[in-house]
Design a protein around this ligand. Structure first.
Ligand SMILES: Nc1ncnc2c1ncn2[C@@H]1O[C@H](COP(=O)(O)OP(=O)(O)OP(=O)(O)O)[C@@H](O)[C@H]1O
Length: 262
């Protein structure tokens, strides 16, 4: 699928109150453009509306006001042009690894020979060769997320939407998954919008880090990450990485304090 820019314009979201509680304003008017092939990380404290914004881009939620366009098309619901991976494991438990990865291809009526070719490619790229007949419950958390990533990529979406995809993994597995994602991105340059609250993860992966304020969320800062690609884990030990980290820590600490005081 050719890639198109993502344009988020004036998107707000408030959730109706329940009982005596008033409505929750989750997102203040938000504008963001993501260019084709860019890797943008959205960083922010818990509850600042990161997932809400990503769900709106995915078409799983509707904004209270504002619009989202992928190329010329307005987003009004989910579609195969956007591939999503969530933090919680969302594989279909009744389908094998292979059938999970093939799911979107079967839905779209892709010919069986082409399905096999795509499946083989993404099993190899995500290191899952040999596990195609396993059930999700037989896989470690890291392998489940590899399968989820392969499932999203197999549909050749215009943009990948990743919501804390490694958030439930242990530290070592998380770092390996970051390297795997980076390898895939460096090879394909697929547009990525990646939500995280992990500063190191955001810097290591992204070209640009967008920092959100405490709730109600808005974009309060944007930091370009000029570290060259291909990146290896050793980049985390460089002074340039340290300087970016110090700057982003400052931005985030301010927001966490504000959130705790409110
Ligand atoms: N369906 C909903 N109904 C009511 N309130 C909601 C709903 N979804 C989100 N919220 C509220 O909107 C705010 C933003 O939530 P969101 O999940 O987008 O934050 P987040 O930045 O992704 O947080 P975290 O990092 O903890 O996942 C929170 O206060 C949350 O309670």
């Amino acid at each position: 699928m050719s890639q198109e820019p993502l344009r988020i314009r004036g998107v707000t979201r408030s959730f109706p109150g329940q009982g005596r509680a008033g409505p929750t304003l989750a997102l203040q008017p938000t504008d963001l453009t993501v260019a084709p092939g860019e890797f943008v990380a959205i960083l922010g404290p818990s509850g600042c509306g990161k997932s809400t914004l990503l769900r709106i881009v995915a078409g799983l939620d509707r904004p209270t006001a504002g619009t989202v366009h992928l190329g010329p098309r307005e987003v009004t619901g989910p579609g195969p042009d956007r591939g999503m991976v969530f933090q919680s494991y969302t594989l279909f438990p009744w389908l094998s690894v292979a059938d999970n990865i093939r799911y979107g291809l079967v839905e779209r009526g892709v010919k069986p020979a082409e399905q096999q070719e795509i499946l083989a490619r993404f099993l190899a790229r995500t290191g899952l060769r040999g596990f195609e007949n396993h059930w999700p419950r037989q896989l470690s958390g890291g392998m489940q997320q590899r399968t989820a990533l392969a499932r999203a990529l197999a549909n050749d979406p215009e943009i990948l939407l990743l919501d804390e995809p490694f958030g439930a993994l242990d530290h070592q597995t998380r770092e390996l998954m970051q390297e795997l994602l980076l390898e895939i991105w460096q090879a394909d340059r697929k547009t990525v919008l990646f939500v995280t609250h992990d500063i190191d993860e955001a810097i290591f992966l992204a070209n640009r880090v967008v920092v959100m304020s405490a709730r109600p969320g808005r974009i309060k800062a944007e930091v370009k990450v000029d570290l060259p690609y291909p990146r290896e884990w050793t980049v985390k030990t460089t002074p340039e990485f340290g300087a970016l980290k110090a700057r982003l820590m400052g931005e985030i600490r301010e927001e966490v304090r504000r959130a705790a005081a409110s």
